[in-house]
Design a protein around this ligand. Structure first.
Ligand code: DX5
Ligand code: ZN
Length: 221
């Protein structure tokens, strides 16, 4: 049985009180902080950059997982590494040279992840499996929090789980978009071990109650 990790996405946090929000969610049991970076170019929304990562870094003792939804990606990677990111992932469509971008992330001392949109084929994995620390399957189209989980993602998660197991490597399998207490067990059964949840956690008054309820669901998988 794998270790499950819950990764609240601060996209749905109250940005006017971000320091307190991240402290509270870590105190509530978050294993990872998921940090969504959007550029109004690769995705139709604009969020936060390295300065904000640097600002929250002293307030969180858990890894910061930077999900880059930006194009191009390479120029901003060193800035996030310097700002304290632990994991940096990007979308293959946003990089001209995927292998080089993965190397760049490792060269800057971070774990590297590749992100697959609902309609992005998995074939990239055949060529870069040995360079990945994380595979992120999008269960919504990227750009906004609060969207509904696309059920098609479950098949894709199962396919990736098989590929990871066959590789014999330790690669995190993360799922992002529309994950909540009601469906987290299905996502885990499909093979995921790391669960991003934005609106399901930050949209609720008691973060610990939601995270505990998620863990309870996971305990039954
Ligand atoms: C979407 C982001 C997600 C998003 C998840 O582009 O990558 O991380 O914040 O939000 P929920 O959990 O509300 O779907
Ligand atoms: Zn994300």
């Amino acid at each position: 049985m794998s270790t499950y990790r819950i990764a609240p996405s601060i996209l749905s946090a109250d940005f006017a009180r971000l320091g307190d929000e991240v402290k509270n969610v870590v105190a509530a049991g978050a294993d990872i902080i998921h940090f969504d970076v959007m550029d109004n170019h690769y995705v139709p929304n604009l969020t936060i950059g390295p300065l904000v990562c640097e600002a929250i870094r002293p307030h969180v003792q858990v890894p910061i997982d930077v999900h880059l939804m930006v194009k191009p990606v390479d120029r901003i990677i060193p800035d996030f590494a310097k700002a304290g990111a632990n994991i940096i992932s990007f979308h293959p469509e946003a990089s001209e040279h995927i292998d080089r971008t993965l190397q760049l992330i490792h060269d800057h001392g971070c774990k590297a992840g590749l992100v697959f949109n609902p309609a992005t084929p998995l074939h990239y994995l055949e060529h870069v499996m040995d360079k990945l620390d994380l595979i992120l399957i999008m269960s919504v189209n990227p750009g906004f929090g609060g969207q509904s989980f696309i059920n098609q993602a479950l098949k894709k998660i199962a396919a990736v789980r098989q590929m990871i197991d066959a590789s014999g490597r330790e690669i995190m399998l993360e799922v992002d978009g529309g994950v909540k207490v009601e469906n987290i067990a299905d996502v885990a059964r499909a093979g995921a071990d790391t669960f991003v949840a934005g609106s399901a956690i930050f949209g609720k008054p008691d973060y610990k109650a939601v995270i505990d309820a998620m863990r309870q669901q996971l305990a039954q998988v």
